[in-house]
Design a protein around this ligand. Structure first.
Ligand code: C2O
Length: 493
């Protein structure tokens, strides 16, 4: 692998790449093991408050990044073995609930980013009776649906910031959980708590997008409204969707995006590209499809294939390793390892969209580049985040349905719970468990079936590069592809 994301010491969680960030390596050692995509925190580093990186970027040694995320042809061996060996030694895992962690560092003026302390009791989540919402690809959305989303988001942005379902509050949820505002509710452990870099990643983000989607539907009085997904795994969706950038007046537009990448074909292995030291000029998305273009598309498809299939076999490899709160490795404490779902296309696109020229001050007081999407503390401020994560969620959905992947059966995972606000009119607090969200139907949504019929990456050829798209040769049947595709496709899903 591995898209090892180095934590700039014990606090803010960077997503950004090194090459285009003005980077100064932090004085602290990496908190993540390059070989495994695992994250460590050093208590001593935080305690002294010193040596934090000022770049917020990934700063792993180049060779580690290469072996880590270089995608298509990168070593397939190793990831699982190394990560597993690291986690076998976990001394204590924790079943997360609202008592285990607490939100800290609230700004006295705004109350953010912690959730507003509304005096309402917590109720348990009740599954939705039927599927009402169908998430569709953002680039194929009808005009009417696009306008609907714009209207909903404009209304969400118009809610006062102290409203727990305002857009500001939505973005703050991600900031709080992902930029070290949550901490273990245990004074003995001075470590921050994060929903990235472990098996919490996929279910937590599913919950987050779910409550966001419901709030938007409520704001426009349409309970069938579903967040469109950024279909970056299909050649026609490999660009920031026009819906998010068609005009400055568009409430889905965001100023803090890399201007060089707005009209370019995405690079789903962007971290690997950056760390190869050879970053080619962006390829315009609408350019006539020459060889270079087709190769880049194929490389993207193969990155998705790697993430979903070659490197995503088994819950630990795909969803990440157990969240471990007690694991001593020298001075460092290991807290988790990313699965292929988190560390590949997901991370690449955060880095791809963030603007190296825009900085945002993190919990650590440092101005990090790559705002908004390229830094975890600010990522939720870009409306594109939610459509990006809808597709990350769809990748999990496909893995657990069509690809037959199975999640963990560990009660520490199944019963982990989080509390979210629900209901714009009468905000209430809802406790929801991972076991509640394993099947999207329980949450009343699904993904557009049409778009799933023909997954363009499923038969990716790692070598040699072959063109995909209209003029591609007919594909072999899935069954024939079995030797390079050892996951049985389930036809019934
Ligand atoms: Cu919580 Cu894509 O990050």
């Amino acid at each position: 692998m591995n898209g090892c994301m180095a934590s700039a010491c014990a606090t803010s969680s960077p997503l950004a790449p090194v090459a285009r960030a003005a980077s100064t390596p932090p004085a602290c050692p990496s908190k993540k093991t390059a070989a495994t995509g695992c994250r460590r925190r050093s208590v001593s580093c935080r305690a002294t408050g010193g040596g934090r990186g000022d770049d917020g970027g990934l700063w792993l040694p180049r060779r580690d990044m290469l072996s880590a995320l270089s995608g298509v042809a990168a070593g397939l061996a190793g990831y699982q073995g190394l990560a597993s060996a690291a986690v076998e030694g976990c001394l204590r895992g924790d079943k997360v609930d609202e008592k285990l962690v607490r939100c800290t560092d609230t700004d006295p003026k705004t109350g953010l980013p912690c959730p507003p302390p509304l005096p309402v009791p917590i109720v348990d989540f009740r599954p939705e009776g039927k599927v009402k919402r169908v998430r569709q690809p953002a680039h194929l959305l009808s005009r009417e649906y696009q306008e609907k989303y714009k209207e909903a988001i404009a209304k969400m942005k118009a809610l006062p910031p102290e409203h727990p379902l305002s857009f500001v509050a939505q973005a703050a949820i991600h900031q709080a959980y992902c930029d070290s505002h949550y901490r273990w509710n245990d004074p003995a452990k001075d470590t921050s708590f994060d929903v990235h870099f472990s098996w919490l990643f996929a279910p937590w983000h599913r919950m987050y997008i779910y409550f966001y989607e419901r709030a938007l539907g409520q704001l426009i009085g349409d309970d069938t409204f579903a967040v469109p997904y950024w279909n970056w795994d299909a050649p026609s969706g490999m660009v920031v969707p026009a819906l998010f950038r068609d005009s400055f007046a568009n409430p889905l537009h965001n100023r803090n995006r890399d201007p060089e990448h707005l009209d370019a074909l995405v690079d789903l292995d962007y971290i690997g590209t950056l760390n190869s030291g050879k970053v080619p000029p962006p390829i315009p998305f609408n350019e006539p499809q020459d060889k270079k273009y087709k190769e880049a598309v194929n490389k993207n498809l193969c990155t998705v294939f790697q993430q979903q299939i070659r490197e995503g076999q088994g819950a630990r490899a795909f969803l990440g390793e157990k969240l471990c709160s007690k694991f001593k490795v020298g001075e460092n404490e290991l807290v988790g390892c990313q699965g292929s779902l988190e560390r590949m296309a997901h991370t690449a696109l955060h880095a791809w969209v963030g603007n190296p020229g825009s900085r945002v001050v993190g919990q650590d007081g440092v101005a990090h580049p790559n705002a908004d999407m390229g830094f975890l503390g600010s990522a939720g401020r870009d409306p594109l985040f939610y459509s990006h994560h809808a597709n990350v969620d769809r990748m999990w959905h496909i893995w657990s349905t069509k690809l037959g992947g199975k999640g963990f059966d560990d009660p520490e995972w199944l019963d982990a719970s989080f509390v979210f606000y629900d209901d714009v009119e009468n905000p209430r607090r809802v406790r929801i468990k991972f076991r509640d969200v394993l099947d999207a139907r329980n949450l009343g949504y699904t993904y557009d079936e049409e778009a799933e019929k023909d997954l363009p990456w499923i038969n990716c050829k790692l070598t040699p590069l072959v063109p995909h798209g209209k003029d591609a040769p007919p594909r072999p049947s899935t069954r024939k592809a079995a030797p390079v595709f050892p996951v049985t496709l389930r036809k019934d899903q």
